[in-house]
Design a protein around this ligand. Structure first.
Ligand code: PAF
Length: 280
């Protein structure tokens, strides 16, 4: 059955009210569209865990710090709906800008601490935009569970903290990163890579795996970083925002994985900002 496409909050509330009356659980998959296998894996996880599934598609202007990036963000609603059709998703919620940010919208949801580092340090205001829109989607849908990819691990931790701090009764579920055959983490932004850059892009994951192997044999991040950065530059990467080992819970910087940690990287290739992270 094809999912119903919903564009207004009143339609969404009407639909979810019926489900709640029947005591059916609701799973939410927030996206900005340009769906790939990573998003589809989130929809499948929601399908397995919940009675009803809503996928949201909204390219959120508040989380872009660069107007060109917002303009270039792929918009593929028709294809997205086709991809979701076989997955037994119940509804696709595609609100427009006025629905999400009506005139005189004045509220900002800001999560301190976790957002000071990694992407937060390089993209001012980005996580405020994410936390604000995700809080709205949680409250609009009344979902019981929400599904996010671990590829955006910092986002996952920010959203978890936001829901907990605001007592939004939803459980935030992290799902494994889905990768291309060469190891590149799937991302809607990969569509903006040239053919040559696409071939180079997997070097990010290869270099990260080598750093991870070094960390696992007891070498320190400070010792491994210079070689890793040089390899990325040599492969053709431009600015490298970070290559950091950080604690999983509070994202504090580590030199060795003395507590559960992940290796995080963000680097530009062909003006496309690629991010990735792996558990150590
Ligand atoms: O990960 C994304 O696609 C976005 O940041 C999200 C969670 C849909 C909020 O706009």
């Amino acid at each position: 059955m094809k999912p119903v496409i919903i564009r207004s909050l009143s339609e969404l509330r009407k639909l979810t009210a019926q489900w709640v009356r029947r005591d059916e659980s609701i799973g939410l998959v927030p996206t900005m569209g340009a769906l790939h296998a990573g998003h589809l894996s989130l929809a499948k996880a929601a399908r397995d865990a919940c009675d009803r599934v809503i996928v949201t598609i909204f390219v959120n202007p508040k989380q872009f710090n660069n107007p060109e990036d917002l303009e270039n963000y792929p918009r593929t609603e028709h294809d997205d709906a086709e991809k979701l059709a076989p997955l037994e998703v119940d509804a696709i919620y595609v609100p427009d800008g006025d629905q999400m940010y009506p005139k005189e919208f004045a509220t900002n949801v800001s999560v301190a601490g976790l957002t000071d580092v990694l992407c937060g340090a390089h993209r001012p205001g980005h996580f405020d935009g994410v936390a604000t829109i995700v809080a709205k989607l949680f409250l609009q849908s009344g979902a019981n569970q929400a599904f996010f990819g671990e590829k955006d691990f910092q986002q996952l931790q920010v959203v978890r903290r936001m829901a907990r701090d605001l007592d939004i009764p939803i459980s935030v579920v992290g799902c494994p990163t889905i990768r291309e055959d060469d190891g590149l983490a799937m991302s809607s932004r990969n569509l903006n890579l040239s053919d040559d850059a696409r071939k180079t892009a997997a070097t990010l994951q290869q270099v990260m795996q080598d750093v991870a192997a070094g960390l696992r044999t007891g070498k320190a991040m400070g010792k491994l970083r210079p070689t890793a950065l040089a390899r990325l530059k040599e492969a053709g990467f431009g600015d490298i925002d970070y290559l950091d080992l950080r604690a999983m819970d509070d994202l504090g910087e580590l030199d060795t994985p003395e507590r559960p940690a992940r290796l995080f990287a963000a680097a530009y290739l062909d003006d496309v900002r690629l991010i990735d992270n792996i558990a150590i």
